[in-house]
Design a protein around this ligand. Structure first.
Ligand code: BGP
Length: 468
């Protein structure tokens, strides 16, 4: 492993930060989204309703705990922290004339705290959130106006933090637009009965791809040393059998993944993208000049989340859960987590190889982890299951790097400190090395406790992946 390998953890403001009405922050789309139990879709309201519990409002309160939490990450030896900026903390309504200075100050303090411990911040600009006002006024990412507004937001923060942040990720899991039945998280969209879902989906995707490219172009003007990454939800997939039709179905299953990364890395709608557009019979507007923007604004590295794998084929009988409820075929060779996500460390090595073969640019594993129910006993959690999951995945990552010679420069496991789930808003689905005493309704002290995995990950980092 390279000596400067970036070990760390990944978080997202909408699931971690809280302080939803503090420091001049505007409402974000998550602030009207209730929690749900496993397998259920979260209920979304037009506005905050009395008597309802919205997990994002306080989440696990990074807003007030950032010093304590970053100190814990530093104690584990983190080299980097992937985190996101909440757009409505910077521009409360998304189209304000004036930036919210309190919001800029908050992230400035967070970055200073990271840098104090030599923790490199890796910043996602859009992680499942946007100002709620933009949904009401413009209909979310249906509207091309969002391109200009999002680039304005990106320019503001890139300029302000140009000497503190080098790594930027434009959109988290951008392909989730094509996966989630309601692309609320990704685009502030709930489909209307009178619109063609497919056309809206492809149009919103085009606007986000344009925004990503323009952000790269503008960012490189601000600081040519900035490094930009895309971010793909990568559900590794296998064909159910060796039947050629199953193999073809596997090929088709990957089209919506390549659709986004081809544009963000190769800078154009490739034949793969075009064939997916045809297959879906999608109609959307690409204006003159957009192609040049996509060509110029390509990303420097490819980042992706990896949690589990699926199978695809004609005779897939049983289905299984996955990230964002993107289920697929059940693989009889694999075990699953409590939330039904199939555990497949070798799938990570396979994915790293496939992606690197296709794009030949540096890779970054920006999310990986296991959601599980933890029991706090004697002020700690004996989470050996988490250690097992992570050590097998890191071993697979090492093999990809050391044996297959894949160029991967970092790994951030998902949620170093417990935060709420994106899929369900639950607290009881925990991933962290640090337990946070809060339940699904936000009841509890909010106190932090180190789990067994805390000490394990510290050793992993200290030994640069040598001791797993
Ligand atoms: C990804 C997201 C994260 C995260 C993770 C785990 O989709 O980028 O925000 O939450 O998956 O999902 P969940 O929280 O539903 O367990």
């Amino acid at each position: 492993m390279r000596k400067d390998f970036l070990w760390g953890g990944a978080t997202a403001a909408n699931q971690y930060e809280g302080g939803y009405n503090l420091g001049g922050r505007g409402l974000s789309i998550n602030d009207v989204e209730m929690g749900a139990s496993h397998g259920k879709v979260r209920e979304i309201h037009e506005t905050i309703k009395e008597g309802c519990y919205y997990p994002s409002h306080h989440a696990t309160d990074f807003y007030h705990h950032y010093k304590e939490d970053i100190a814990l990450m530093a104690e584990m030896g983190f080299k980097c922290l992937r985190m996101s900026i909440c757009w409505s903390r910077i521009y409360p309504n998304g189209d304000d004339e004036k930036v919210n200075q309190d919001g800029l100050d908050f992230y400035d303090a967070v970055f200073n705290e990271c840098l104090k411990y030599h923790i490199e911040p890796i910043v996602t600009l859009h992680h499942f959130e946007m100002p709620l006002a933009l949904v009401k006024k413009y209909g979310g990412w249906r509207n091309r106006k969002l391109v200009d507004l999002s680039v304005q937001y990106a320019k503001t923060v890139m300029e302000y933090y140009k000497n503190k942040v080098k790594y930027w990720i434009t959109f988290n899991e951008i392909n989730s637009l094509f996966i989630a039945s309601t692309p609320w998280h990704q685009a502030g969209i709930i489909y209307q009965d009178n619109e063609n879902k497919v056309d809206v989906m492809f149009q919103a995707a085009h606007y986000q791809l344009l925004s990503s490219a323009l952000t790269v172009i503008e960012g490189k003007k601000i600081n040519p040393y900035f490094q930009f990454g895309n971010m793909i939800l990568y559900n590794c997939c296998y064909a159910m059998t060796s039947h050629p039709e199953d193999q073809m179905m596997l090929h088709d299953k990957l089209l919506p993944i390549y659709y986004f990364s081809d544009v963000q890395i190769r800078g154009k709608y490739t034949n793969t993208c075009q064939s997916y557009i045809n297959k879906m019979n999608a109609r959307f507007i690409i204006q003159e000049g957009d192609d040049l923007i996509l060509q110029e604004g390509i990303c420097d590295f490819y980042s992706f989340s990896y949690y589990s794998s699926l199978v695809e084929g004609k005779n897939v009988q049983k289905s299984t859960d996955g990230n964002l409820l993107d289920g697929g075929g059940k693989n009889p060779c694999l075990e699953s987590t409590d939330w039904g996500w199939q555990i497949d460390p070798l799938g990570l090595r396979i994915s790293l190889n496939l992606i690197y073969d296709r794009y030949q640019i540096p890779l970054f594993v920006s999310e990986n982890g296991m959601g599980a129910i933890d029991i706090l006993e004697s002020n700690t959690v004996n989470d050996t299951y988490r250690i097992d999951y992570l050590s097998m995945h890191i071993k697979a990552l090492k093999d990809a790097i050391e044996i297959d010679l894949v160029d991967c420069f970092g790994y951030t496991s998902w949620r170093p400190i417990d935060i709420i789930s994106a899929g369900t808003g639950e607290m009881k689905k925990r991933y962290g090395y640090v337990y946070v005493d809060l339940d699904d309704l936000g009841q509890g002290s909010g106190k932090r406790y180190k789990k067994k995995s805390f000490y394990w990950y510290k050793t992993v980092i200290e030994s640069n992946g040598g001791v797993l």
